[in-house]
Design a protein around this ligand. Sequence first.
Ligand SMILES: Nc1ncnc2c1ncn2[C@@H]1O[C@H](COP(=O)(O)OP(=O)(O)OP(=O)(O)O)[C@@H](O)[C@H]1O
Ligand SMILES: [Mg+2]
Length: 438
Amino acid sequence: MLDWLTEAEIAVILADAAFSEAEPDRAALLRELDELGYDENTAETDVVAAAVHLGNLLREEIRSEAERATSPLFHRLVLAKIDSLGARQQPAPAVGADGTLFGVPPLPEVFVGREGDIAHLRARVNPDRPRSGGMPVVAVRGWPGIGKSTIAAAVARDATVNGWYPDGVLWAGLSEAGDVRGQLGSWFRRLGLGPLEVTDTVDDAGRLLSGRLRDARALLIVDDAWTTEDAVPFLVGGPGCAALVTTRMTEVAQQLDAENYVLPELPDTVGMELIERLAPSVVADDSGGIRELVAELEGLPLALKVAARLLAAEHHLGWGVSDLLEELHEGVRLLEAQAPADRADTASGTTPTIAALFAKSTDRLAAENRRQFAALGVFAHRPATFAHEAMAAVWQVDDPRPGIRLLVARGLLEPVAGGRFQMHALLAAHARTLWAVK
Ligand SMILES: Nc1ncnc2c1ncn2[C@@H]1O[C@H](COP(=O)(O)OP(=O)(O)OP(=O)(O)O)[C@@H](O)[C@H]1O
Ligand SMILES: [Mg+2]
């Protein structure tokens, strides 16, 4: 009987059930035993029942071990499980319904510029680039709405990059809510690791993923990380993988062991192209006014897209756009407008305003830092750059450095040349609205 129970096929059924916290499948056991020559009608012992009993013991054992994530036995079982998955030739990682792109969002219908940025990021994930050991990680950061998620999707869909990573792309979409377990669970299912069990800690999940990706050649993308802890469990690829993380938070980009890339504003010519493609008749009517607006929106695709939509709607009504352009100069009209449809919140089915997207960053500030941020908006000119001394005066503090440090860490202020600090024009407009309601 012992021989039967330790046969590879039987062991796999028992181990699978134990890991999934389920009863072993009696029918499957009987089928396998049948093939091994077992006859339930003539046998003296009920081997199926014995196998089920053994499976249940194993499950109990795993459950108690799983509570001690550092236990060597747990570790060994986990690795054995991975090997058994490999031996049974689970599909290679990341060949999803959508080709080899798992969870990668589509590119916007009108996608402009970014050739240089894509080339830069492509070079960073090139597997022929000398690697100092583990998986290279690139952190893409930049202003809210600058196009971080979009460029990550463009890299994920780049034909050359796809050629380098035949096991495909795995995309984890985080957010300020940081659904780490949910996203880990979907990577688990994608990689044939079964469901993420309630008893699996995030560390356990990371270990399992790391085993599964040990020999893979896949591009891992962690989009919209708000904390380092949220991103780390996904950064477990082997040396044949590369990872991109996008984040608004400068501190997250810096804390990760990653090469940082600050995604720049779109040049005005490209901003103009974007509006021209989204609202061609408006540009034909008043290219001078639009050019001025594009310069004021400082290359933020989120704002350019929304402005184009508002202008096209106004134009469609047969009205001139000069009044609207006047309002758009102030920024408030844009902040209160809905973001583009691709920024809809899938959970609630609603599309936030630009102000709500910015507020995700400013709501997290402590009251004092939010007040400091708001004060900078009131005092901002175009472009909104500030000297250290001016900030000390506006904030009425002797040493403005802690406040500056914090706003830079949160991606709301950026050091520029000459020891000055810059805030994006639309963030400055957002800051003014915060000041008004203060
Ligand atoms: N190169 C581009 N061409 C056209 N539209 C773009 C481009 N880049 C971004 N967009 C659009 O701008 C909007 C903001 O882009 P995206 O969501 O990628 O910004 P983000 O930096 O990831 O923002 P967040 O900080 O909120 O995560 C989206 O509607 C997107 O479709
Ligand atoms: Mg994003």
